[in-house]
Design a protein around this ligand. Structure first.
Ligand code: GRF
Length: 203
């Protein structure tokens, strides 16, 4: 099977998936890593690992529709079975999300449905939450709302700031994102209406 991973920045989740794919011998390949930012740090890691890279710079397009159309054209050139959003920081149009329905995953650094959108760690700290975490979900038109594949919780500790909390959450991200992608690739995810489960009841 073929994966295309979309990034906007450092790409540590992309890196975790590339490494798990190799280390665990998935019958899958990362066909391409695509960034909307030419300076995304993760592009270098991908290129060094022999993975095709592409940049579709959102600043070169006058509308979200035009950007998404070009992005979809580039993605589909790699004929992926699954599109993986890994720190891809763009709002996507309904047409784009519909095109990749049930074959595009995202990772969001909160326990959804709490804290959709940006600055999740700051907001969790502000609320005095004692548990924080991360969610892998399928992407739908509504931001951070698609079917949940996997979640991991981490403790919030006294004295945490957004930096220390995000580091603890990120370590959990690097565990559950590769695992979620693996479940998809193994055809282990079963749909029940708008919800998705692991076929052996693991989630
Ligand atoms: C992660 O925290 C992810 O959950 C969020 O953006 C960050 C991306 O980090 N959406 P990286 O680029 O994967 O290192």
């Amino acid at each position: 099977k073929r994966l295309v991973i979309l990034i906007s920045g450092r790409g540590s989740n992309m890196e975790a998936i590339v490494k798990a794919c190799a280390a665990q011998g998935w019958s899958a390949e990362v066909a391409a890593v695509i960034s909307n930012r030419p300076d995304a740090g993760g592009l270098q890691f991908a290129a060094q690992h022999g993975i095709a890279t592409a940049v579709v710079d959102h600043k070169a397009y006058s509308s979200r529709e035009a950007f998404d159309a070009e992005l979809a054209r580039v993605i589909d050139g790699y004929a992926p079975d699954l599109v993986v959003l890994a720190g891809f920081m763009r709002i996507l149009t309904p047409g784009f999300t519909a095109h990749y329905a049930r074959r595009m995953l995202n990772i969001h650094p909160s326990l959804l449905p709490a804290f959709t959108g940006l600055h999740t760690h700051e907001r969790a700290l502000e609320m005095g939450c004692k548990i924080a975490g991360v969610t892998v979900h399928f992407v739908t038109a509504e931001l951070d709302h698609g079917a949940i594949v996997m979640q991991a919780a981490v403790p919030v500790r006294a004295g945490d700031d957004a930096k220390s909390l995000s580091a603890r959450v990120l370590a959990a991200e690097h565990q559950i994102y590769p695992q979620s992608v693996r479940w998809f690739l193994e055809d282990a995810l079963v749909w029940d209406g708008d919800r998705v489960h692991h076929r052996d009841g693991m989630a």
